[in-house]
Design a protein around this ligand. Structure first.
Ligand SMILES: [Zn+2]
Length: 211
């Protein structure tokens, strides 16, 4: 009985090991959530991370709630433009080497009310967008900037929610003051990188710019 229970326990342990390995490397995505703080500004970085055989897929589900004065039709037009801007700024930019195998990092945004990572109120006009408030009148690339916050990036313009550690200000960055010209950078993916390193090994993960 003693020996049997030990074997049984060993089997369970082995099964759990295999399961936890499978859960990260195969189909099941991992939910990433990290509380972000810069001065008085607080937000949550949240997305699903899925290490697939040929890509690392980052899925961000955003629920857009139209406020008074935002018609469904106008919002529908904007969704297309916002998605395009996000794709243009974030996709085909980064690759990650995992245990020596290089895969692209792909960002997939869905506008859905089902179990969203983020909730955003859409306003008709005025100015002052942030992760939780978007405007029909804002340039589409601002959506790509706000997506950066959702991924865990800080602002990189004076007066913004700067990184408390590095306080980087960079106007050539998507997180700087000019989202139209600004580019996404590897340092914006630090939350994602940290989770990969924790799960796979610090020395086995390396994110770089796609050529
Ligand atoms: Zn910002």
């Amino acid at each position: 009985m003693f020996l049997e229970s030990h074997i049984f326990r060993l089997l369970i342990t082995l099964t759990l090991c295999v399961l936890s390995f499978v859960s990260f490397t195969n189909a099941t995505p991992v939910l990433v959530e990290k509380a972000m703080t810069s001065g008085n500004t607080k937000w949550t970085s949240s997305f699903d991370l899925d290490v697939k055989p040929n890509e690392v897929l980052v899925s961000i589900d955003i629920s857009l709630l139209p406020s008074k004065g935002v018609s469904g039709l106008k919002l529908k037009d904007k969704l297309v433009l916002w998605k395009e801007a996000i794709n243009q700024k974030w996709n085909d930019q980064f690759i990650v080497s995992i245990k020596g195998k290089t895969k692209p990092i792909r960002f997939k945004v869905r506008f859905t009310h089902h179990n969203p990572h983020h909730r955003v109120v859409v306003h008709p006009d005025n100015w002052g967008p942030n992760q939780h408030n978007w405007y029909l009148s804002m340039p589409a690339y601002v959506a790509a900037h706000e997506l950066g916050h959702m991924l865990g990036a800080y602002d990189e313009y004076k007066g913004g929610a700067l990184s408390p550690a590095s306080k980087i200000v960079d106007y050539s960055s998507i997180m700087g003051g000019n989202p139209v010209k600004g580019k996404a950078a590897i340092r914006h993916l630090v939350v994602l990188e940290k989770v990969l390193m924790e799960e796979i090994g610090t020395d086995k993960v390396n994110i770089s710019n796609a050529l």
